[in-house]
Design a protein around this ligand. Structure first.
Ligand code: ADP
Ligand code: GLC
Length: 493
């Protein structure tokens, strides 16, 4: 047996403590499975002030944590320790009121905080100082997205010869390449790694500091959250101007699909839904549908196809194209239920659509985990017209609930949904390729035509979908392999 590893996960979100999207789900689940493989894995994240210390039984540890912030000087934070839900995985929370003592994780009223650069450089450097403080010598430091992408840069510069973290291999997972942590060049003086690293091959991009770029060049290995996305980000359409950088490191880039937390997303045990059901007895699903229709004040009809959407209402998710197709969609005999929040125009637009079409379209603007479960269970179809989707979790939840995904074939949507084959009745959902209103309307049309006219096919698709699994056991093994590879690479350096 191989030697168990010491692993530090550093991230800006971990469910259930703080989550804006799938990143929080992933960081909140994956480490439990790595732990089960016998490794010492620990998480570091900010102590946002909405994380209630007493509710989670967080304990203060150590003395104050000094975090050198270049020309700002050393900032002194505090560290609290808790455990990941239902597990023995330690989670360290770095507290510093000036940075994390506010309501949002990244934004207020849709605008990013102006000091997000300092906030997350502080988290990144703070994690390394914390490792030193508790004498935890990680074999691997696994970082996520731009918020912690400075860590591989620090490891290769300031901490290069550090006895605790200098030998750590680094893995950067890209959950979303659109957000890169682009900041003014003065951030170099806060990073304090030396201006010689402000160059085209390291931290500089288009005259700004680009933290993600720095991470991509410096990490021992890179991953993304699906195979298709790992290819897509090497192209101009998806790379958001980092495609060249990603291509340079394509040999070190791996696509590992996220798993699903089936303890939470399982129609057999789900506490949020009206009636539990399983692939052997689907009768509860009809009750979930009626419950959802009633809750959203739509006519309670079993015969009408109900399409669900749970999404951040942002450009990434293609909701502008959905908006352009909505009148034609509502010409069909369908119902739609939307849950989400994001760009202000979308709140008004879809609010007005609901107001004008109370028989067909219902929306809730906001974040509501219970309703998200009810939609997964109560809808017949689940629509995701994403412009890009690195992995996407909701379509995997939908499959588990026998709710057929209608998706744009991009990123993880492409890798997890199999298109309906009318000859064989194989498949788990409906796919389209072009992001156009026509493609959305045609594909929804195809799905509901099948719903109305080919019940055999729909029932077969539902059975195919509900028996699909995307387990963390599988993905955790792939991460474990990469952790060993990263350690080997680091030693070979
Ligand atoms: P992304 O991270 O890009 O938003 P994912 O599909 O990976 O997309 O993850 C989204 C996660 O956030 C899922 O767990 C989903 O249920 C949840 N979610 C998104 N919007 C809402 C909302 N308005 N209410 C409840 N849950 C939401
Ligand atoms: C990002 C992506 C999403 C992915 C999630 C978790 O938020 O937008 O597709 O599922 O990260 O990896």
């Amino acid at each position: 047996m191989k030697k168990p590893l010491k692993i530090f996960i550093v991230a800006s979100e971990t469910a259930p403590f703080a989550k804006e999207g799938g990143l929080g789900d992933v960081v909140g689940t994956m480490p439990k499975y790595i732990k089960a493989l016998g490794h010492d894995i620990r998480i570091v994240m900010p102590r946002y002030y909405k994380i209630d210390k007493s509710a989670y039984n967080l304990k203060h540890i150590g003395g104050p944590l000094g975090v050198p912030m270049g020309i700002i000087g050393t900032l002194w934070g505090a560290v609290f320790e808790g455990k990941l839900h239902n597990s023995e995985v330690p989670v360290y929370f770095i507290e510093y009121e000036n940075f994390f003592g506010r309501d949002g994780l990244y934004t207020k009223d849709g605008e990013g905080y102006l000091d997000n650069d300092n906030r997350f450089v502080f988290l990144s450097r703070g994690a390394l100082e914390l490792a030193k403080m508790i004498s935890f010598k990680p074999d691997v430091i696994h970082v996520h997205d731009w918020q912690t992408a400075a860590i591989p840069v620090f490891i290769n510069t300031i901490y290069k010869n550090d006895p605790i973290v200098g030998g750590s291999a680094t893995i950067l997972t890209i959950h979303n390449i659109q957000h890169q942590g682009n900041f003014y060049e003065g951030l170099m003086d806060v990073l304090a790694v030396g201006w010689e690293h402000f160059n085209f091959l390291e931290l500089e991009a288009y005259n700004s500091v680009n933290l993600l770029k720095g991470g991509i060049y410096n990490a021992t290995l890179l991953t993304t959250v699906s195979k298709t996305y790992s290819k897509e980000i090497q192209t101009p359409e998806y790379g958001y101007r980092l495609e060249g950088v990603v291509k340079d490191r394509a040999n070190d880039l791996y696509g590992i699909l996220n798993g699903v937390d089936y303890d939470e997303w399982n129609p057999e045990t789900d506490k949020f839904i009206k009636a539990n059901y399983s692939e052997n007895d689907m009768s509860g699903k009809a009750m979930c549908k009626a419950d959802l229709q009633e809750l959203m004040k739509l006519p309670v009809r079993a015969d009408v196809p109900l399409i669900g959407i749970v999404s951040r209402l942002v450009y990434q998710k293609g909701i502008d194209v959905l908006a352009a197709s909505i009148y034609r969609l509502l010409d069909f005999d369908i119902q739609m239920v939307m849950l989400g929040s994001g760009e202000a125009w979308a709140h008004f637009f879809f609010g007005k659509i609901a107001y004008d079409n109370p028989q067909k379209f219902a929306v809730k603007i906001g974040y509501d985990n219970c309703l998200a479960h009810k939609i997964e269970a109560g809808a017949d179809f689940f629509l995701m017209p994403s412009r890009f989707e690195p992995c996407g979790l909701n379509q995997m939840f939908s499959l588990r609930y026998g709710t057929l995904p209608i998706v744009r074939a991009t990123g993880g949507l492409n890798d997890t949904v199999d298109n309906f084959d009318e000859q064989t009745n194989e498949g788990t959902g409906f796919k389209f390729y072009d992001l156009t209103p026509e493609a959305i309307v045609n594909t929804v049309g195809w799905a509901i035509h099948t719903f109305y006219n080919n019940k055999n096919a729909i029932n077969k698709l539902i059975q195919n979908a509900i028996s699909k699994r995307f387990t963390w056991d599988e993905s955790a093994k792939q991460y474990e392999e990469l952790y060993y590879l990263a350690v080997k690479r680091k030693k070979g350096k």
